[in-house]
Design a protein around this ligand. Structure first.
Ligand code: CMP
Length: 145
């Protein structure tokens, strides 16, 4: 079944010039880009986006990392694209992420204590619907369409 997911090329990925490489992997897989923009995320947007992590010890650092410089927000369409993008990304920790994945091939630990892992992908249908509405309020369709 066709679905949509929200992908973010996080500030570290954008600053390092990896947007094209990340989009290449998503498009080469056969997924379709439905929305794309460069955005400087503010605190309010990120606190909403990461609401589930509000009580975690890394929350403030996460907001600072994600608002330090612009990022790229993308809506991607495809069959099972939510799972598919998560598979392309690899696991959260870039040192441990498998080679062949975006994080495994392009990410590493920088010794800052902050997990900088280049990319975000929605983790479920519920998250995708919520996140697409948050980052792309101007899009008339929603993740389940
Ligand atoms: P992601 O899995 O996309 O969404 C939650 C983010 O929080 C995660 O990427 C990291 O950027 C960050 N994160 C998760 N776990 C930690 C951690 N233990 N320390 C610092 N940041 C983390």
């Amino acid at each position: 079944k066709k679905e949509h997911t929200l992908v973010l090329v996080k500030p570290d990925g954008f600053r390092r010039g990896l947007t094209g490489e990340i989009l290449r992997r998503i498009e080469s897989k056969g997924y379709v880009l439905k929305g794309l923009k460069i955005k400087q995320a503010d605190r309010a947007l990120l606190e909403e986006h990461y609401a589930e992590h509000r009580e975690r010890p890394f929350f403030q650092g996460l907001i600072e990392y994600m608002s330090a410089s612009p990022l790229v927000a993308i809506v991607v369409e495809g069959d099972r694209v939510i799972e598919g993008v998560r598979s392309l990304m690899g696991t959260t920790n870039p040192t441990l992420a498998a080679p062949g994945t975006i994080r495994g091939d392009l990410g590493r630990d920088w010794g800052t204590g902050q997990v900088e892992n280049l990319v975000h992908g929605s983790d479920s249908t519920t998250s995708a619907i919520r996140e697409i509405a948050l980052w792309f309020p101007e899009l008339e369709y929603h993740a389940e369409d």
